[in-house]
Design a protein around this ligand. Sequence first.
Ligand code: ADE
Length: 225
Amino acid sequence: MRIDIISAAPNLLKSPFNHSIIKRAQQRGIAEIIVHDLREYGLGKYKQIDDTQFGGGAGMILMLEPIVNCIKKLQSERTYDDIIYMTPDAKVLNQSTANSLSLKENILILAGHYKGVDQRIRDKYITKEISIGDYVITGGELAAAVLVDAIVRLIPGAIGDEQSALTDSFQDNLLSPPVYTRPAEFEGMKVPDILLSGNFPKIDDWRIDKAFERTQKIRPDLLKK
Ligand code: ADE
């Protein structure tokens, strides 16, 4: 899978993809993640990429032309299954969206910045808009990093034990059950006996019960889905 990201602050994306599963996926050739600096497509001597908004109002808006020029260049090289705009005024990312995006071949992500992008980009070029939650962060870069991480870890081969992505919280609308490792007892706190029993069918049942219990307590809305 190839993921291109257009960003006005590409340095923000240098580190997130250079660790752990996402780094390994790139080394194994499972995922290719390429960040494009919007400034390189900026207008005029000062490589302008943003401007004040028509009608007045605070904040700068990312201009149409630099983004369109960047998108068109990338589209001349390959076809994108989706062109995604990261923005707080969109549907919130969930596991099911991550699952379906992990099956695509090429996706292009536009990280918004400042007060947003010219609406005409959204109208004509964007095929999907995604928010990472009902709060505002400074730019779309960290949101894009969250999306890319959620997608790439699902691609077969990204995680050694494939079971492990399938048993993540949310894969079945349940939160994960509690987990423990050594020591079996610490400051009087004991690991539940069942986990030490070696009775794996019973352990599976216990985990399902605990997952339901935790979901009921913390996220009862998930059980209604
Ligand atoms: N940009 C700023 N806030 C965001 C959010 N919550 N989701 C996606 N992009 C954003």
